[in-house]
Each structure stands twice: as structure tokens, then as C-alpha cells.
Design a protein around this ligand. Structure first.
Ligand code: SF4
Length: 265
């Protein structure tokens, strides 16, 4: 059992520095899917383990800490209309280096406008988030012919999730939304990565009724997070043995419940 003392919540995140910018490109090549679409640079969800944090500050020229800045690509819908007219059909991933439903989306509505455009284009769309604002867009998402909606859910333990993903929706709310989308006829998945401390059997029992398939991944950026794990007395959860044991147990428990699983490590 994890020590609750190790899982103390952080102070609330600061109000981010927000810039409205004109991007040069919005539909970009991706190594995971064919394309990625990122309406924002920066992410208020501020996950401790975020791999985008490793390079996006340098790339964007921001000096604020990860989670403390967001560039809003106000011309994203215009760019998408232009770029997609010339693009070869392929799967579009929203989003690869930001949460498309981070709090600022409520004000700017860029993700919603991009989905409205995509609804008429016939490109397969994969949405990935940790934010409950996804709910708002069920109406347009269900009108996209080939679409999947997913949440990152790497633990069932709410205290662990709060520690590592300070501004994400609670785990049980994420799973509840997946259930709602599935009931509404939208294909759903979960990304269980990077695996965090928790009980794989409980996580599998929560996810199984809510998703068709699950990706499982380990922590891939260990030098960047080692000090954080050490500070919280959690280093055992950064070991190869933990990822093997946790990933294996989660895959077994999900398959036993009829869920398709892909382990990507
Ligand atoms: S939600 Fe995704 S992009 Fe945002 S901080 Fe977390 S891992 Fe990074």
C-alpha cells in the first residue's frame, strides 16, 4: 500500500502566461499516427512526466515552468482547412504535445472548431485527453464517421493521479466519460501510460466496461523524473521490474475481461 504522505497534493497551479499566436502549420506528420494536430503549445494539465515538457519550452521560447504557459494557435482552423485540402488521407491524432481539452479550450474553442472541420473530411480521427471538457463535444464527435475518443488513465489511485497529473480530471470521472461516449456509440480506448503506482486488477475492472481497447506503456523518460520519484519515496515504481509486473498484470486482467490490449514496451 502506498504511503498517503508521499501523495500530498501540490499547491494550485499558477495562472498561465497566455499568448495568442499565428502558427505556420497545424496538420503535422507524426510517428505514432499519420498526422498530429496540436491547437495549443504548452499544457495546463502539467503532468510531472510529460515528454513534451522536455523540449517545448525551448521550442517555444518560454521561460515559465511547464504548465505555466500556453500559446493559442488562433489561426488553427484556417490552417487546417488549407492543409487538409492537399493532404493524403490518414489518421489524425489530437493531440500529441498538449491536452486538446485543457482549461483554456473552454474559452478559445479551437479543438471544437477543428473537429467541426474534420467532420466533413473523411479522415480517421483519434482524440486523447485527460480533461472532462471532452464531454462538451460529444455532439460533434459522434458525427465524425471514423473517430475514437480516449483518456490517458495510468492508475486507478486518485492520490497517485493527482500527484503526477495535477490538473487532470479525477480518474473515475475520466472513466465515467468513456462509458458515456461508448453508450453514445463512439469507439473508446484508454492509454495506460506511463504506468503509475496502483492496483492493476482494480484499474482493469474499472476500464473494462468503458473501452474497447487499451494501450499500455512504461515511463520512458526516467532521467527527467528520477528526482521527483526520489523526493516522494517512490523510486521502486520506476524500476524495470515494476513496469514488467504492473504491465503484465494489467494486460492479463484486461484480456480476462474481453478487452483488446497492446503493450508498447
Ligand atoms: S496532458 Fe499530455 S501534453 Fe499535457 S502535460 Fe499531461 S502528458 Fe503533457
Amino acid at each position: 500500500m502506498l504511503e498517503r504522505e508521499n501523495m500530498r497534493e501540490k499547491a494550485p497551479a499558477p495562472v498561465p502566461v497566455v499568448r495568442e499566436i499565428e502558427a505556420k502549420s497545424i496538420l503535422n506528420a507524426s510517428k505514432i499516427y499519420d498526422y498530429c494536430l496540436n491547437p495549443y503549445t504548452g499544457c495546463q494539465v502539467a503532468c510531472v512526466y510529460c515528454y513534451a515538457a522536455l523540449f517545448m519550452r525551448r521550442y517555444s521560447g518560454h521561460v515559465e515552468p511547464w504548465g505555466g504557459f500556453v500559446d493559442v494557435k488562433t489561426n488553427a482552423p484556417l490552417l487546417l482547412e488549407r492543409q487538409i485540402a492537399k493532404a493524403k488521407r490518414g489518421t489524425i491524432w489530437i493531440a500529441s504535445v498538449c491536452d486538446p481539452y485543457q482549461p483554456l479550450e473552454k474559452k478559445f474553442g479551437l479543438t471544437r472548431r477543428l473537429l467541426e472541420i474534420l467532420g466533413g473530411k473523411g479522415f480517421p480521427v483519434v482524440i486523447q485527453t485527460k480533461s472532462a471538457l471532452l464531454r462538451r463535444d460529444l455532439d460533434i464527435i459522434r458525427r465524425i464517421k471514423d473517430v475514437e475518443a480516449g483518456f490517458s488513465v495510468a492508475t486507478e489511485d486518485e492520490a497517485a493521479a493527482r500527484l503526477f497529473e495535477p490538473r487532470a480530471a479525477p480518474v473515475r470521472e475520466r472513466i465515467e466519460i468513456l462509458r458515456e461516449f461508448k453508450a453514445a456509440g463512439v469507439r473508446t480506448y484508454a492509454f495506460a501510460g506511463p504506468l503509475l503506482p496502483g492496483n492493476p486488477e482494480t484499474l482493469a475492472s474499472l476500464l473494462a466496461p468503458a473501452v474497447e481497447h487499451v494501450f499500455i506503456d512504461r515511463m520512458n523518460y526516467q532521467p527527467a523524473v528520477r528526482a521527483f520519484y526520489a523526493r516522494h519515496g517512490l523510486l521502486e515504481y520506476l524500476s524495470d521490474a515494476f513496469f514488467r509486473r504492473q504491465g503484465g498484470a494489467l494486460a492479463r486482467e484486461l484480456r480476462a475481461r474481453g478487452v483488446r490490449v497492446k503493450t508498447v514496451f
